[in-house]
Design a protein around this ligand. Sequence first.
Ligand code: PMP
Length: 437
Amino acid sequence: AANVRPADEIMAIRQRHLGKNLSVAYDSPLKIVRGMGGFLYTETGQPFMDGVNNVCHVGHCHPRVVAAGQRQMAVLNTNTRYLHDHIVEYARRLLDTFPDPLSVCFFVCSGSEANELALRLARTFTGQRDIITVDGAYHGNTQGLVDISPYKHDGPGGRGAPDWVQTVVMPCGYRGPHKGTGRKTGAAYARYVKTAVDCIEAGGRRPAAFICESMLGCGGQVLLPDGYLWAAFEHVRAAGGVCIADEVQVGFGRAGTHFWAFETQGVVPDIVTLGKPMGNGHPLAAVVTTPEIAGAFHNGMEYFNTYGGNPVSCAVGMAVLDVIQSEGLQENARTVGAYLLQRLSALKETSPLVGDVRGLGLYLGVELVTDHETLAPATDHAAYICNRMKDYGFLISTDGPLHNVLKLKPPIVFSRKDADALVDALEKVFAEDCLHR
Ligand code: PMP
């Protein structure tokens, strides 16, 4: 009987008994009861193509991942203070995907836990407190992470940044002060990081860390300009700070050309945080760092995480890596992503609302504007398009500080046929009269 309540009754119970700051998607919310591959299904079996779930990375309820979790759950699930094969085997397999000297990992349960631990590692290693963050960024739900997430602390209910946070201009070559995605633009945006470092040093301190997503999510699906991280890391390291790459959204092959999106920038971070796709929906996340930083953190205070790295999580994580590899999903993200980007880019020719189409692999954004000179955001249009796409059976979302970027980040099993179906539907919606009055 638990799953036969009508949608409005569920809404009423949510309103009464769940924290109200938990919002639901769509003007008329969906009741979803099943997922398989790239699709979600309502209780009447109506299918929706999932164009936005980067958590169920290898497809919803992938049978190999489900079986791995079920099998291990029936045998043993306990904390990491006993010896077990899975955690060491998984650690080695995961670390094999990273360049030297990133060879130590900590298993946790969410992207927030990973970033929170990353800040602790950086602060312990450097003995400093100040953090440099990118405008528009979201790094997690704890107080410490809201403090370094302008997306939250500068938004409704926020109280701004604390004095130990320096916020740098978002390196967006479309809307930001420097245009394009080339090396000059990358270097120009990195200079704001240098300014932030100077500002910290002027106060007699040094930076603990610079944290940046390897592609910007809440910032509006922004592809970093060439050389941005390279130049920014130079500035931060010259002042003794460490560089954290947040790969919670974009890791595990989604970028297509590389397994980790930081690799597209030609850098090796000091700390990398992982989450969402890592467990295909199972709460699994990690921090990967160097022996030197991990060594400094080993200062007598234990880091214990009750659920992190348990045998079930590690079995699930290994199955995810197996599936990415055996099904060639990174390559799929590369080829289908390139095709989808090309089809989306063609929308610029037919719809005046399309200002910019960007991204890499299966992590793409379409920024909508009502005026190509002033870049006035087409925020209402974006919300309308999302709701109409739902009517056509496609789930996408909006993001960016102005909520005017259509966000595409489907499970990476997304096919060329799926891409065609999605863009065909987008074309129909873009052609609707009400968008052009
Ligand atoms: N970092 C980034 C870039 C994210 O997008 C998110 C979640 N949206 C987080 C960290 C936090 O992850 P979690 O919700 O698993 O705590």
